[in-house]
Design a protein around this ligand. Structure first.
Ligand SMILES: Nc1nc(=O)c(N)c(NC[C@H](O)[C@H](O)[C@H](O)COP(=O)(O)O)[nH]1
Ligand SMILES: [Zn+2]
Length: 165
């Protein structure tokens, strides 16, 4: 089970490496798996789509768009028991004020499990709320250890360019 989770999290990590570095967010990769067929439904990474889009948000938006639906209706076209993999815990609050991914995932209804490789660091949001929000919605949140170092190094790539003078 954990080895299978790590296979998908490594794929998320390689997706995160495609994200253009930016000091105001993290570089994250995510993907959706159909648990019945164990096949990947779609992938996403931070800023892949136009606008200030998170990796998890990209996944939901791409599935909806493939069915000519807005993201908020993605639940109508996701298979039951969809699993979201993400290098980082989905956000519960965003400094931009945009709708957090935990709320988007809850709204999607069919995502019943979220697997991630790190909790959100406190760079932008002191106490991350994503996990708690999903727990309260009955979504199974699974933290998988083993890739933290690589995930964090990739996530904060854009931050290294800040000159602390
Ligand atoms: N799980 C996750 N996936 C992402 O793709 C991403 N960029 C973040 N980042 C969380 C961080 O808290 C927000 O990036 C800041 O709060 C700024 O908010 P915006 O990104 O500008 O909406 N977290
Ligand atoms: Zn987010």
């Amino acid at each position: 089970e954990k080895s299978q989770h790590l296979v998908y999290l490594r794929q998320c990590l390689s997706l995160a490496c495609r994200s253009p570095p930016k000091p105001t967010n993290f570089r994250v990769g995510a993907l959706l798996v159909d648990q019945r067929t164990n096949s990947i439904i779609t992938t996403g990474y931070t800023l892949e789509l136009p606008g200030n889009v998170h990796a998890e948000q990209c996944c939901l938006s791409k599935v909806a768009a493939a069915h000519d639906l807005p993201e908020e209706r993605v639940g109508e076209v996701l298979p039951d028991n969809t699993v979201m993999y993400s290098t980082m815990e989905p956000c519960g609050e965003r400094l931009s004020g945009n709708l957090p991914c935990a709320e988007r995932i809850v709204r999607a209804k069919k995502v019943r499990k979220v697997v991630y490789g790190v909790r959100e660091p406190s760079t932008f949001i002191k106490e991350s709320k994503g996990k708690r929000m999903m727990d309260q919605a009955g979504i199974q949140c699974v933290f998988v250890s083993g890739l933290e170092g690589e995930i964090l190094a990739t996530a904060i790539e854009g931050h290294k360019n800040i000159l602390y003078t």
